[in-house]
Write a protein that binds this ligand. Structure first.
Ligand SMILES: [Zn+2]
Length: 297
């Protein structure tokens, strides 16, 4: 999240690519703070997954989706409440039916305003995209699972329980075997632990690992991560294995009463050696902090 403000976090339709029949992704072209955005069509309706950050990005996405839909009814969902995923939902009001899981709706209501302030502090380019932002309100809230019929295609919205945030959900398209993961999975970067005690400690490394084991066991054909290149089930296995190693290495050192600072140093060196090409190295420390707090908890 905080790593780069060199590139403007702008959704660019140059990232458009086809995933399957009547399903596209506006990929983030590896631009930080731009999410991968899905547009999934059925006979009578179209579902948009993620808004981009702020009203101008959301305007781009909405305009694209409306053109794509050619008169079909629009739905919107977001994988979790973080700004680049959900802080454009207000722009869709009246144009699309906004549908999310209950825990995410709570996150948006309780923590959304604080995140607007925190993200404005990340730099001028981010603050510019958040100018005039108003948080959206869901039209439909579900508890654990919602099957959305788009006409000849049913999309499965599934709350995963607390992991990267308190209210993560994944979006599955069974007929094409595609999974949208939000920030439960990133390609080419270390798992993002938004561990900011005392302000936000909802991320859970242990629960996240359990979620990744379940998702990886399903072996979907196509995996659309929150950020980074679209891939396959290997992306899920990579995150699962990383989280497991992070937990095991953290807890083994925690048992030896080593200082947290030394644990961070040793584990960062280990993880960077294992994944030298991954970005976001600053998230290793946050992950260790989170898992230290969860040790014996
Ligand atoms: Zn996130």
């Amino acid at each position: 999240m905080a790593e780069q403000t060199m590139l403007e976090p702008v959704v660019d339709l140059a990232g458009l690519r086809e995933l399957a029949r009547d399903m596209v992704v506006i990929s983030n072209r590896r631009v930080p703070l731009v999410p991968n955005i899905g547009v999934i069509g059925g006979r009578h309706s179209v579902l948009v997954v993620e808004t981009g950050m702020g009203p101008r990005n959301a305007e781009t996405v909405l305009k694209f989706a409306a053109d794509y839909a050619k008169g079909r009814k629009l739905y919107l969902t977001t994988t979790h409440f973080h700004p680049e995923h959900a802080f454009g939902a207000r722009t869709f009001a009246g144009e699309a039916t906004y549908l999310i899981n209950r825990d995410q709706a709570e996150d948006l209501r309780l923590k959304g305003p604080g995140y607007v302030g925190m993200f404005r502090g990340l730099g001028e380019l981010v603050a510019r995209q958040l100018e005039g932002v108003e948080l959206g309100q869901p039209d439909i809230v579900y508890d654990q699972a919602y099957d959305l019929d788009l006409g000849g295609r049913v999309v499965q919205l599934r709350a995963t329980g607390r992991a990267h945030s308190k209210g993560d959900q994944v979006v599955q398209v069974p007929d094409a075997d595609v999974l949208f993961t939000g920030d439960l999975v990133e390609a080419g970067q270390f798992a993002i632990f938004p561990w900011f005690p005392p302000h936000d400690t909802d991320v859970s490394g242990t629960r996240w690992l359990a979620v990744m084991r379940r998702l990886a066991d399903d072996r979907p054909r196509v995996v659309v991560p929150g950020h980074g290149d679209v891939g396959d089930a290997q992306l899920l296995a990579d995150v699962r294995d990383y989280l497991q190693l992070l937990r095991d290495e953290t807890w083994a050192r925690r048992d030896s009463a080593m200082s947290e600072e030394t644990i961070v140093e040793e584990i960062s060196a280990l993880m960077i050696a294992r994944h030298p090409e991954w970005a976001g190295r600053e998230w290793i420390e946050k992950g260790v902090g989170c898992l230290c707090a969860e040790h014996c908890a």
